[in-house]
Design a binder for this molecule. Structure first.
Ligand SMILES: [Zn+2]
Ligand SMILES: [Zn+2]
Length: 432
C-alpha cells in the first residue's frame, strides 16, 4: 500500500483547473485525493514542506529517443526514464526509431515492460507509421495501440510519400491518435548540416532551407484537412511554419505542434566553430525564427514544448561537423532552460509554462496526468524556482552527454518527481 503524501504549502499551479494559489495537495493510493488550504495529514502520511516551491501536475515530454533496443550503449528505457524523472518529467513518449524499429505489438510491449521495471517516469511508446520506417507499407496501428502505443511516427525520417501520409492520417483517425510528423522534404534537406543562410555560407557547410520544413508542414496540414485526421507537427523551427500552423488552426484543421527548448533559446550562431553539440535536425535557425517561435508558444499557436532528447555516443559527436549525428540530450535541462530563458525572460508565466509542459501534452496525446483534479493519477512535479545550478553533463542520469548548455548557469530544478503517488526522484541533498 502506497504511503499517503501531503505536499504542504507550495504554490500550486494547475491551469487545468485555473488554480494558481498557495495550497496543500494530498496524494493517496496513487491518486490525487485533495487540494486545498490547511489539509490535515492522514495517519502514516509523509509530509513534504513545499514552501517556496511550485507544485504542478507532472511534466510530460511527448518526444524523446531512448535508443533501446539497439543502442543500449547510449541510452536504455531505464536510464532515459530516470533522466526524465530527474528533469521533473513524470511521463515521456519514446520514439520508435530503434533497432529494430518499434513497428509491431511485441516491440511496443517490450518498451512497456522495460519501463515498468525502471520504476521512474512513465514511458509511453510511440509506434512507427511504416514498417521498418521504410516509408512503404503502413504498420499495424491497431495492434500497436492495443499493446500500449499512444501515437505513431516515423520520426528521424520524413514520410516522403504524400499518399502514405494521407492513408496514415485516415487510419490513425479511426483510433483517435495523432500522427506525429517529422517535417522534412528530403530532396531539399539532403546533405545539409545546419540552417541555410549566411552562417552556413561562411562556415562552408551545406545548409537546410526553411522550406524543407515548411513544405511538409503545409502538405500535412492540407492532408489533415482532407482526412480529418490529427497531425502533430514535431520540433517546429521556422517563422514560416508558425504562419502555416496559424493558418491551419484558424480553419479548424486538426493540427497541433511542438517546439523544443533549444529552438526557443539558441540560433545558428551557436554552431560557432563547428560545435557538434549545436547540430540537430531541424537545425538551429535565425533570431527572427526564435522570436516567432517564442510568440507562438506564448499565444498557444504552438501547443506544447517537447525535448527531442537524442543521446549519442561521445565518439560519434566528436566527428567532423558534416558527418556528426544530429541531436542533443534534453530531459535534464528542459525545465530549467525554459524556466530561465522564457519565464524569467517574460515570454511565459508559470501557468503557461505548466500548460505547455504538462496539461497540453496530456490533452493532445490523450495521456493520464496533466491535472491535479481529485481522482486523477498522482503524477506531480515539485520544483524550486530559485535553485541555481550549473549544467554538468557528467552528472546526468542519461547516458548522453551531448548538450549545448554545458557550463551554463540555470535556475529552477525539480526537487521531487512523483509518479503514481510514489516519489521516483528526489534532488540530492534535499533535506525535506
Ligand atoms: Zn524528428
Ligand atoms: Zn526526434
Amino acid at each position: 500500500m502506497t504511503q499517503p503524501i501531503l505536499l504542504r504549502g507550495g504554490r500550486v499551479v494547475d491551469p487545468s483547473r485555473k488554480i494558481d494559489a498557495q495550497q496543500d495537495v494530498l496524494l493517496a493510493a496513487g491518486l490525487i485525493e485533495a487540494c486545498g488550504r490547511g489539509l490535515a495529514a492522514p495517519d502514516g502520511a509523509r509530509v513534504l514542506d513545499c514552501a517556496g516551491m511550485i507544485v504542478s501536475p507532472g511534466f510530460i515530454d511527448v518526444h524523446c529517443h531512448l535508443r533501446e533496443p539497439g543502442r543500449e550503449d547510449v541510452e536504455t528505457v531505464a536510464t532515459g526514464a530516470r533522466a526524465a524523472a530527474a528533469g521533473g518529467f513524470t511521463a515521456v513518449c519514446a520514439m520508435p526509431n530503434t533497432d529494430p524499429v518499434t513497428d509491431n505489438q511485441a516491440a511496443v510491449g517490450f518498451i512497456i515492460r522495460q519501463a515498468q521495471r525502471a520504476k521512474a517516469a512513465r514511458v509511453h511508446p510511440i509506434g512507427a507509421i511504416s514498417l521498418g520506417q521504410r516509408g512503404e507499407a503502413l504498420a499495424e496501428f491497431g495492434e500497436m495501440i492495443g499493446a500500449g502505443a499512444v501515437a505513431v511516427s516515423d520520426d528521424g525520417r520524413p514520410v516522403a510519400s504524400a499518399q502514405l501520409m494521407r492513408t496514415a492520417l485516415e487510419y490513425a483517425r479511426t483510433f483517435n491518435i495523432p500522427v506525429i510528423d517529422h517535417c522534412e522534404e528530403p530532396t531539399l534537406s539532403h546533405g545539409g548540416a545546419m540552417n541555410e543562410g549566411i552562417v552556413s555560407a561562411r562556415l562552408g557547410l551545406k545548409g537546410i532551407p526553411s522550406e524543407a520544413e515548411e513544405i511538409m508542414v503545409i502538405r500535412d496540414i492540407l492532408l489533415a484537412r482532407r482526412t480529418k485526421g490529427h497531425v502533430h507537427l514535431a520540433h517546429m523551427s521556422t517563422v514560416g511554419s508558425v504562419e502555416l500552423i496559424r493558418w491551419g488552426k484558424e480553419r479548424g484543421i486538426n493540427v497541433t505542434a511542438e517546439v523544443c527548448p533549444h529552438h526557443l533559446t539558441l540560433t545558428e550562431d551557436r554552431v560557432g566553430a563547428y560545435d557538434t553539440n549545436a547540430k540537430m535536425n531541424p537545425p538551429l535557425r535565425t533570431a527572427a525564427d526564435v522570436a516567432a517561435l517564442r510568440d507562438a508558444v506564448a499565444d498557444g499557436t504552438i501547443d506544447l514544448i517537447a525535448t527531442d532528447h537524442a543521446p549519442h555516443h561521445y565518439d560519434e559527436k566528436e566527428q567532423e561537423f558534416a558527418n556528426a549525428p544530429n541531436g542533443i540530450v534534453g530531459l535534464e535541462t528542459a525545465l530549467a532552460v525554459v524556466h530561465t530563458k522564457l519565464v524569467a525572460g517574460g515570454v511565459l508565466d508559470y501557468p503557461r509554462l505548466v500548460e505547455r509542459m504538462s496539461c497540453a501534452p496530456a490533452r493532445v496525446f490523450h495521456l493520464p496526468g496533466g491535472t491535479l483534479e481529485r481522482g486523477a493519477v498522482a503524477d506531480v512535479t515539485v520544483f524550486d524556482p530559485r535553485a541555481e545550478w550549473t549544467v554538468d553533463p557528467a552528472a546526468f542520469l542519461s547516458k548522453g552527454r551531448n548538450t549545448p548548455y554545458a557550463g551554463e548557469k540555470l535556475h529552477g530544478r525539480a526537487i521531487f518527481t512523483i509518479v503514481d503517488g510514489e516519489i521516483v526522484y528526489t534532488m540530492p541533498n534535499t533535506t525535506r
